[in-house]
Design a protein around this ligand. Sequence first.
Ligand SMILES: NC(=O)c1ccc[n+]([C@@H]2O[C@H](COP(=O)([O-])OP(=O)(O)OC[C@H]3O[C@@H](n4cnc5c(N)ncnc54)[C@H](O)[C@@H]3O)[C@@H](O)[C@H]2O)c1
Length: 356
Amino acid sequence: MEKPLKIGIIGVGSIAQCHARGFLKDGRATIVNVCDLMEEEAANKATKWGAERSCVDYNEVLKDPDVEAVDILLPPSLHAKVAVQAAEAGKHILTEKPLATTLKDCDEVIAAAKRNHVKLMVCHNQLFYPPHQEAKRLVDNEIGNPIMSTSLLHGGFGASGWREDPVIGGGFLLEACIHRFYVSRYLMGEVKRVSCMTAKSTLELKTEDIVLVNLQFDKNRYGTISANRGAPPALWDDRTEVVGDDGMVIINGVEDCILGGLPLMHYKDGAWKSYMTPRVFGETAEGMEGVPEEVKFTTNEIDNKFVNTFYYVIKHFIDCVVDDKTPFVSGEEGRRLVEIMLAAYKSAETGKVVNV
Ligand SMILES: NC(=O)c1ccc[n+]([C@@H]2O[C@H](COP(=O)([O-])OP(=O)(O)OC[C@H]3O[C@@H](n4cnc5c(N)ncnc54)[C@H](O)[C@@H]3O)[C@@H](O)[C@H]2O)c1
């Protein structure tokens, strides 16, 4: 690429530093405009990331002739409106998950991107987590016939701000459990039926904070997802396991590995094989400057640094723009996940199993 891709970042909250780091590390992009309702924060981040301009109105980013692609890092219900307008302005789009909070909104974003010939990618970042990618290879080749998956999220992160609001945030299931849904589907195949129970641990909550899901996949495969956000503050357990008739795979957490454990384990022929990594506890996007980007994998070494998932997402997004390729997590993929999760909500409301 002769000239760097010029990026506008919309929303500079908790996840923005991970995205900005990805663009800056890749080296094929420059951040030129930064937007947030919090004016000072936007200006500070613009200075930090080397952007020439900052603003409080995202329309200024969309009107900026320099900006070629936008990264939408806003609360979920705002993704669609901004993405449609970005497409109409001819900007390529990377958006945080979920693509949108309704299927109608998903359809409008997909149609606008097609109409305007811009790339649309949803940040399902855990699909770019090397232990998940290696687990996929193992599930497809090294555990016999996959029978059942178990994926869970137990976090002590509570809910505040827009996450408490079911309309803006979409709810705990849609906003946070989405990682567990797309990872399960990636490993096990397409979802056919879903049943779900949701609950609130205290009556004052506006959205569910406990989620229990059963999934039926193609090929007579099954899975469960269980999640809650009321665990002790420092605890983060987001494990996934797949058992087949000739082996088993455990991905021991993405944002943290419990017991300081190994990121990926594989059982076959009566023995466990593990994948080692120099895990850095308490790492943040700020503190990752020294991590080598081109990690060399051997059979027992794997990059399990959560912050690098965003770097891999962004690398792929830039590849797609530069080489005119369809993103791995396209608008249609993003829509499908929303469809499955809305079916789970429907099941929770009706008490019935829902075909999807
Ligand atoms: N992939 C992941 O692991 C991951 C992790 C965290 C968050 N996310 C997603 O990223 C998105 C943002 O989450 P967050 O945790 O960074 O939220 P946040 O609340 O920390 O940040 C959102 C920012 O958007 C700004 N904002 C809101 N409305 C705006 C508007 N109209 N114009 C300009 N700025 C506006 C807010 O001022 C805030 O700074 C959500 O979709 C969330 O689901 C993904």
